[in-house]
Design a protein around this ligand. Structure first.
Ligand code: ADP
Ligand code: MG
Length: 643
């Protein structure tokens, strides 16, 4: 007897369902794609119990005849391609012909559909891949599909479903994606009868983005439009650099109107933003890439959210170029051609007069006040370094910035601007002998070694690190993470003790939440109030922040909020409350903590050290980085060859 057997169709479908139907949101994705492919102008999506109990998608598309309605559930049955050549040039969202078969193999499905030309509608019922019933029914032209009891016959898969809140988040997110990609289509979505999204047909992406995200975000969006013939056209919007996100959640990419997750596009976007956004900060983006169908392979992933570009590098370049020109048009970067030379320069807003402090001021400052001579010496050294570098007298770095915005930077100017900061040239000073690096001998410290009464702060290094001594030697304390640790402990304690003190905002800040954020917000509203936020739901998805914790600078409130909503990573939304609270407390602590590059009075340094030492973990910050470095007497003596 042969040991190899072809699997029965239904089993094959269930296996395919493992890839196509990862979670309720992937079902909705396939159904919405089908409706769009059918030319729908109006889509209604209703879900119950995070999609577990019911998902229903109704459209006014072309519908199906009775024969087609039955065939649609066959594996590899599709109306969208016929030949292998078609596969190389796919213009529809679907083409694999396996979505309906897969979904029907793991759920109870009812399809109601009618075409324009045939009077009666057809109703098809399928359960776990078994055709149960086909009959005439009544309906206008279009299709309604009900998916009930997802994974009812695959208990293992059912177990892997996340909490209702997690699934709701994903459901809202996927519908948002398609609503953005198709402004011309009206979308309505409800969840347990509650309206999550309702948008009427819009004229363009901008109007659609406004419908979904509200005016706040829209104000900060810059139009992107560019491309190169035979490569790709790029259009859409990106945020101005002041809108900061710590995750890529607010980046939406579409290739030929198909929503994709794609590294090439993400790479081009980041490349375009390189000079204006610090590492680890991501822009908001809605990017549409239109590309000849022969230039991409969409058949690389069963869920069709990944694609392959034939010429990825060229596409990436085109995107970076389009982003850079969008930033330049908005006056955010000086000029396209000089762009690459500005890469190491921090972003300086055009309108704000206080340019970044000249680097020579950031030396060691004792007791908070920098002695004048120190600055002057510093300046001389800096000037010398510049001279050595470019061979001519340097313009003031600040005015170089300012000028570069009005005129095309000349070669010299660019040269002068790209002078590295003095601390990087430190080893290049011809007149100074090289200094041994302490990199190998300074170490993160153990808590037992510390006693507050013995630590004496001396001053700050680069207005960022506290220099202190104790019996054991020298200590360097990162002022930002030290304060972060203190605040984190305070916020964590608030769970058990009384709520955190809060301050009223002069003007309440209103924030428009996306449908997905709105789902996430429900989950954390109480925690935020415990932490000292006064919040009020206004109409729809708008939330007003009336008060914030006293430690938090009001200017940080908006960004903190966006960050909290974004960084509660998708998966964590389903995780226990305690880690969620820790995440929020960590974000809040980070935003409220004093920054680096900030001058501290001796009293403030003392306060920081005293408070730090009574925290739960004075040596590591909530994100796991060290707070204190120690250079011990022993190591110092060894360094000087005194032992
Ligand atoms: P694919 O979309 O890859 O072709 P599916 O399994 O998703 O495969 O759908 C199979 C077929 O059913 C489609 O090719 C299409 O002809 C038909 N179909 C599915 N949904 C709809 C709909 N909402 N309106 C009209 N036809 C549909
Ligand atoms: Mg399909």
């Amino acid at each position: 007897m042969n040991k190899i057997k072809a699997l029965p169709d239904n089993l094959a479908n269930q296996i395919a369902a493992g890839e196509v139907v990862e979670r309720p949101a992937s079902v909705i994705k396939e159904l919405v794609e089908n409706s769009i492919d059918a030319g729908a102008t109006r889509l209604q999506i209703d879900v119950e119990l995070g999609g577990r109990r019911l998902m229903r998608v109704q459209d006014d598309g072309e519908g199906m005849t009775r024969d087609d309605a039955i065939l649609a559930f066959e594996r590899h049955a599709t109306s969208k391609i016929r030949t292998a050549e078609d596969l190389a040039r796919i213009g529809t969202l679907g083409f694999r012909g396996e979505a309906l078969a897969s979904i029907a193999s793991v759920a109870k499905v009812e399809l109601l559909t009618k075409t324009e030309s045939i009077l009666a509608a057809t109703q098809v019922t399928i359960e776990g891949g078994r055709l149960v019933d086909v009959r005439d029914a009544a309906r206008d032209t279009g299709t309604t599909i009900f998916i009930r009891d997802l994974f009812f016959n695959t208990p293992a898969r059912r177990k892997f479903m996340r909490s209702e809140a997690t699934e709701n988040y994903h459901l809202a997110a996927i519908v948002t994606h398609y609503a953005l990609a198709h402004p011309e289509i009206a979308f309505t979505m409800t969840n347990n009868g509650r309206e999550v999204l309702r948008v009427s047909p819009a004229t363009d992406l901008r109007e659609r983005a406004f419908q979904i995200f509200g005016g706040n975000l829209l104000e900060s969006l810059l139009p992107v439009s560019g491309g190169r013939e035979y490569v790709a056209r790029v259009s859409g919007f990106v945020s101005a650099p002041r809108e900061r996100r710590t995750t890529r959640d607010a980046q939406y990419f579409f290739v030929n109107k198909r929503f994709v997750r794609d590294k090439t596009i993400a790479g081009g976007l980041l490349e375009g933003f390189r000079s204006v956004l610090p590492h680890g900060v991501y822009p908001v983006a809605f990017l549409f890439v239109d590309i000849p169908v022969e230039e991409i392979d969409v058949n690389v992933h069963p869920a069709k959210t990944e694609i392959r570009f034939r010429r990825g590098e060229a596409v990436k370049d085109v995107i970076a170029e389009a982003i850079r020109s969008a930033l330049a048009k908005a006056g955010i970067t000086a000029d396209l051609r000089a762009e690459s030379r500005f890469e190491t320069e921090p972003y300086v807003p055009v309108t704000s007069p206080p340019l970044s402090p000249p680097p020579e001021q950031s030396g060691i400052q004792f007791g908070g006040e920098a002695p004048k001579t120190q600055q002057q010496v510093g300046h001389h050294v800096h000037a010398a370094a510049v001279n050595a570098f470019s061979g001519k007298l340097p313009p003031d770095p600040a005015s170089a910035h300012a000028e570069s915005r009005e005129v095309l930077p000349t070669a010299e100017l660019v040269e002068a601007i790209s002078v590295p900061e003095p601390r990087r040239t430190a080893s290049g000073y011809a007149e100074l002998p090289p200094v041994d690096s302490a990199a190998r001998i300074s170490k993160p410290i153990d808590i037992e070694d510390l006693s507050a009464s013995k630590i004496h702060p001396l001053g700050q290094l680069h207005e960022s690190f506290i220099i202190a001594v104790d019996d054991e030697g020298l200590l360097l304390i990162d002022q930002h993470v030290a304060h972060e640790r203190i605040l984190f402990d305070k916020y964590r304690k608030s769970e058990t003790a009384r709520p955190i003190e809060s301050q009223n905002l002069l003007l309440p800040e209103t924030i428009d939440l996306s449908p997905a954020q709105s789902e996430a917000f429900q989950l954390i509203e109480n925690d935020l109030e415990q932490l000292g936020f006064g919040l009020m739901r206004l109409s729809g998805r708008t939330v007003a922040i009336k008060s914030i914790p006293t430690d938090l600078p009001p200017s940080e409130a908006r960004n903190l909020f966006a960050e909290i909503l974004d960084t509660i990573e998708l998966e964590k939304r389903g995780s226990p409350k305690s880690t969620l609270r820790a995440d929020i407390a960590a974000s809040l602590a980070c935003k409220a903590a004093i920054k680096i590059n900030m001058k501290l009075t001796p009293e403030k340094m003392r306060w920081l050290i005293d408070r730090l030492l009574i925290t739960t973990s004075p040596t590591t910050c909530p994100h796991g980085r060290p707070i204190i470095l120690r250079l011990s007497m022993k190591d110092i003596e060894r360094g000087f060859h005194r032992t």
